[in-house]
Design a protein around this ligand. Structure first.
Ligand code: ADE
Ligand code: ZN
Length: 326
């Protein structure tokens, strides 16, 4: 009975959320109106009704359409500020936000507009909400490595506004090995490196992310449960997995949360964390994910504390901050 209160109140870090995935249908329509963008949906209700996904790609098609309403620096600020207020209410003390610049630059939105809008919201979050927030630039893996290299190059003038790079979008058919050069360059620049791996694709993608991209965290990684040797390695190396239960449910990775492997990952000694991925599309923010996952499993307060501790340990926050939150 006290578990839901503990889940809500415990200080936590959110390490896997795409800021474009925090755009609620109401904000999509408000921004469309503000920017005179025509949407292929007549109403908020019609848009929400389209959120019935069969797999990752069926979601991505709608997610990129939703992001098309973002044009000005203020749009990016408003989106991130809305999320950060919501995160503060969930007792998130540290948020590391993914953003997809190629989704915007391809529409003619300048890199500077994207980064400065998001970055200003992160700065205000620290000052006004007490939330430590930082940005991770993601490369779209369905595009080429040359385009990723160009994107990193284009972002260099704002190098101090993001802390790392990631890899997202359509996974199957776009393995980590495709991005070895751009990840090597990012590491050389002192950026943190993470990658989506093992969301829908097999455990081999997780091995490639570790061995070829030398990532510091695996985003999702839930397919590791199919590979016993990999599970042992992830536990031994304390490699963080940023798991997103409601995303896995909505994208039919684990259609029933009672079959979700989160407890198995924790009990096997892996550094798993719980995150919201795309909260506006998957039915909830980080505390909603925790509540749903605990309701569907027999995890207890020790699992809750472990998840909170893991999230803070796995964050890229300064060590002094981590010590204070733990
Ligand atoms: N972009 C936004 N959400 C994503 C996810 N769950 N997997 C891959 N790319 C994404
Ligand atoms: Zn994701």
């Amino acid at each position: 009975a006290q578990l839901p209160a503990l889940l809500a109140a415990m200080p936590k870090a959110e390490l896997h959320m795409h800021i474009e995935g925090s755009l609620e249908p109401e904000m999509i329509f408000a921004l469309a109106q503000r920017n005179s963008v025509t949407l292929p949906y007549p109403s908020v209700e019609a848009l929400r009704a389209a959120y019935a996904f069969t797999d990752l790609q069926s979601f991505l098609d709608i997610y990129y359409a939703g992001a098309s309403v973002l044009l000005t620096e203020q749009d990016f600020y408003d989106m991130a500020w809305a999320y950060l207020q919501r995160a503060a209410a969930d007792h998130v003390v540290r948020a590391e936000l993914f953003f997809d610049p190629q989704t915007h630059t391809a529409r003619g939105v300048p890199m500077q507009t994207v980064i400065l809008g998001l970055s200003r919201a992160c700065r205000d979050a620290q000052a006004q909400l007490g939330v430590s927030a930082a940005l991770i630039l993601c490369f779209l893996r369905h595009l080429s490595e040359d385009e990723a290299l160009q994107t990193l190059q284009d972002a260099l003038p704002w190098r101090d506004h993001f802390i790392g790079v990631g890899l997202d979008s359509s996974e199957v058919g776009h393995p980590p090995e495709k991005f070895q050069r751009v990840f090597a360059r990012a590491r050389d620049m002192g950026l943190h490196v993470v990658a989506h791996a093992g969301e829908e694709a097999p455990p081999e993608y997780i091995r490639q992310a570790l061995d070829l991209l030398k990532v510091q965290r695996i985003d999702h990684g839930v397919q590791a449960v199919r590979d016993k040797g990999l599970m042992q390695r992830l536990a031994r190396e304390r490699m963080p997995l940023t798991v997103c239960p409601l995303s896995n449910q909505k994208l039919q990775v684990f259609p029933d949360l009672r079959d979700h492997p989160l407890k198995a990952l924790l009990d096997a000694g892996l550094c798993a964390t719980v995150n919201s991925d795309d909260p506006a599309y998957f039915g909830g923010y980080v505390n909603d994910n925790l509540r749903a996952m605990f309701a569907a499993s027999n995890m207890d307060a020790r699992h809750a504390w472990q998840l909170a501790a893991n999230s803070i340990d796995a964050s890229f926050a300064p060590p002094a901050d981590k010590a204070a939150w733990r």
